[in-house]
Design a protein around this ligand. Structure first.
Ligand code: NAD
Ligand code: IPM
Ligand code: MN
Length: 359
């Protein structure tokens, strides 16, 4: 198949992990007979430096016209002055809103070979297989902001329609999994959470085959550590989802491992690792590219409907996590390029075997 993929490497380790991910997509195209055309654009601090804007109009336009967008990360100390008029992160938010990708899928599994890297005991990590569905285009991220001399506000606003559409996604996804949805809110305090809970419960009536459980976010932060194996699909609002998924990444062993897919009703999906620009290790060639590479598997699956190719990338990553080499965050010494090359080799092996088998 032919596909147009926009890449937005961004800042810090963004370009390093995105280059590794693009190499994997190029290998998939070669092994499986596809044509992927890549078109690179600026976002974040890099875009501010070059144009003054965190998401230049041409970049958003190119994204909208593409089949899928692969993003690295944005932000960094250079652009983090609290008084700055424009910030890299605004580019990412404008992109998510511009593409209308309201559902952010963040899958979490724990590779058995990495269980010792997690702060939790091995036995707690058995059966951890959670799909977080984070609402991505509403809430405090997008509400009105004010700033006075000695105060500031961020409005948190949700409409029923915004909650309903992301809840439906969560229930649909649960149907293809273990049919359990945990909805996370703060309904004991927040009005938006009471709207959230009521709307999710209403949607649940259309999915009698799926069990719905409500949890308050503070308690959920604890439960993720005490019984992470008991969750299937976890759906929550934008800010809670941001926080809980970084916490969850610690169970996998490193923030550098987790991928994400952001989808809406439009045809273009957005794919990015959940980590940031990692300024502390940027430019050293040591960032773990696995989160970015696994994001390409999600891209192949959700935007290009190439399930076999997605599974091949995931299997290649599994092989590398099992046998090495490992990047520093996983206790190894390998650089980004070493991990990339190992994934490419595992992918080539697998493709060779498949072709021999089917050929
Ligand atoms: P971060 O995710 O960049 O880094 C947190 C820690 O995880 C650091 O110690 C970092 O070295 C480590 N880490 C992250 N990715 C890694 C990888 N691939 N391999 C190995 N280690 C990795 O979070 P932060 O330091 O709080 O934020 C830095 C900047 O990134 C901020 O400007 C923030 O806004 C931005 N950010 C962007 C995104 C995004 O673009 N999607 C996501 C999160 C944070
Ligand atoms: C993420 C990041 C972003 C978010 C920031 C950089 C705007 O933390 O993708 O998780 O909060 O959504
Ligand atoms: Mn985050």
């Amino acid at each position: 198949m032919k596909a147009r993929i926009v890449t937005l490497p961004g800042d810090g380790v963004g370009p390093e992990v995105t280059a590794a991910a693009v190499a994997v997509l190029e290998a998939v195209a070669t092994h499986y007979g596809h044509e992927f055309a890549f078109d690179e654009h600026l976002i974040g601090g890099a875009a501010i430096d070059a144009t003054g804007e965190p998401l230049p109009a041409g970049a958003l336009q190119a994204c909208k016209a593409s089949d899928a967008v692969l993003l690295g990360a944005v932000g960094g100390p250079k652009w983090s002055d609290p008084n700055a008029k424009v910030r890299p992160e605004q580019g990412l938010l404008a992109l998510r809103a511009g593409l209308g990708v309201y559902a952010n899928l963040r899958p979490l599994t724990v590779h058995p070979a990495l269980a010792t890297l997690s702060p939790l005991k091995d036995e707690k990590l058995k059966d951890v297989d959670v799909l977080f569905v984070r609402e991505l285009t509403g809430g405090a991220y997008f509400g009105a902001k004010t700033r006075g001399a000695d105060y500031a506000t961020d409005e948190c606003r949700y409409t029923e329609a915004e909650v309903e559409r992301v809840a439906r996604r969560a229930f649909e996804l649960a149907r293809a999994r273990r049919r359990h949805v945990t909805s996370v809110d703060k309904a004991n305090v927040l009005e938006t959470s009471r709207l959230w809970r009521r709307t999710v419960a209403h949607v649940a009536a259309d999915y009698p085959d799926v069990t719905l459980e409500h949890q308050l976010v503070d308690s959920m932060a604890m439960l993720l550590l005490t019984r992470p194996g008991s969750y299937d699909v976890v759906v929550t609002e934008n800010l809670f989802g941001d926080i809980l998924t970084d916490e969850a990444a610690a169970l996998a062993g490193s923030l550098g491992l987790l991928p994400s897919a952001s989808i809406g009703e439009g045809r273009t999906g957005l794919y990015e690792p959940i980590h940031g620009s990692a300024p502390d290790i940027a430019g050293k060639g040591v960032a773990n590219p696995v989160g970015a590479i696994l994001s390409t598997a999600l891209l192949l699956r959700h935007s290009l409907q190439l399930e076999a190719e997605a599974l091949a990338v995931e299997a290649a990553v599994d092989h590398v996590l099992q046998h090495g080499p490992r990047s520093r965050d996983l206790g190894g010494h390998a650089g980004t390029a070493d991990v990339r090359d190992a994934v490419l080799a595992a992918l080539a092996d697998r493709a060779g075997t498949e072709h021999a088998f089917f050929g």
